[in-house]
Design a protein around this ligand. Structure first.
Ligand code: SF4
Length: 256
């Protein structure tokens, strides 16, 4: 079966691009919407209504075409702080190939002393390593919620495979960037195998369980995967990941 996702892209001018965040000092989202279409996406619960869209999550996208100019002005006025790219979209989703908004924002940030924390599911980030090497403090990581390409394609149908993310992480690691893996939400997986894929490639590992479970449980039921969304499953995986991480002298930071 071939699944074709049609994304309606509109170009918008944003009023602000460097916004306060509860997780880091700032978040920066060059797009509204995300064509990676993750089945567990918490942003899908509020972003369509917030942005006035009626299309399903993953089928609309707004490109904030004034993001670089706006950022340049906001960086001058803002207090120094870490910028999280991105909190409610993936800054390296396919539209970024055409719009290059993330790239142009990084080009602005390199003239500042603001640290950057980039979290993505896409190896498109490799395109921007030249700019990232010019930024003083960078942490660069991938969301890798399972070791299985099959499970990832089920839950993250618009995102590059786990194998591609791992290959990208290998390249990034060789350039001595600070790296991390975010294993969240914990998807059906073999924890020891997942650790064998990422353990030697990262400085930090964060893990989280599925949040807002009641909104997403139907999909797990349809796939007959509901056993993988129980408290006991998340606790078991956490324990196994933590044990496996010791072999790499890594500490797993659990957010639950
Ligand atoms: S990549 Fe992130 S923002 Fe995009 S759909 Fe997946 S979870 Fe949501």
């Amino acid at each position: 079966m071939i699944i074709i996702n049609i994304v309606k892209i509109t170009e918008k001018t944003a009023r602000s691009i460097l916004n306060k965040s509860k997780v880091f000092d700032y978040c920066l989202n060059p797009y509204t919407g995300c064509s990676h279409r993750c089945r567990y996406c918490y942003a899908s619960l509020f972003m369509p209504r917030y942005s006035g869209h009626t299309e399903p999550w993953g089928q609309f996208l707004e490109a904030k075409i004034n993001a670089p100019e706006l950022l340049s002005r906001q960086l001058v006025r803002a207090r120094r702080g870490t910028i999280w790219i991105a909190s409610v979209c993936d800054a390296y989703q396919p539209a970024e190939i055409k719009y290059q908004l993330t790239r142009k924002c990084l080009a602005e940030i390199r003239h500042s002393d603001f640290p950057v924390f980039i979290q993505t599911k896409s190896d498109l980030v490799l395109r921007d390593l030249d700019l990232l090497q010019e930024i003083k403090e960078v942490e660069l990581g991938f969301s890798i919620a399972t070791d299985s390409d099959k499970i990832a394609s089920l839950f993250e149908p618009g995102a590059p495979s786990i194998s591609r993310r791992i290959r990208a992480l290998e390249k990034i690691r060789k350039l001595n960037f600070k790296t991390f893996a975010f294993i969240g939400p914990i998807l059906p997986q073999n924890p020891a195998r997942l650790m064998s894929l990422v353990g030697g490639l990262v400085d930090k590992i964060f893990i989280d369980r599925l949040n807002y479970r009641s909104y997403f449980i139907n999909f797990y039921r349809q796939q007959q995967l509901q056993a993988h969304v129980s408290d006991s499953y998340f606790e078991q995986v956490k324990k196994e990941l933590q044990a496996a991480a010791e072999g790499y002298h890594l500490k797993v930071e659990a957010i639950f």
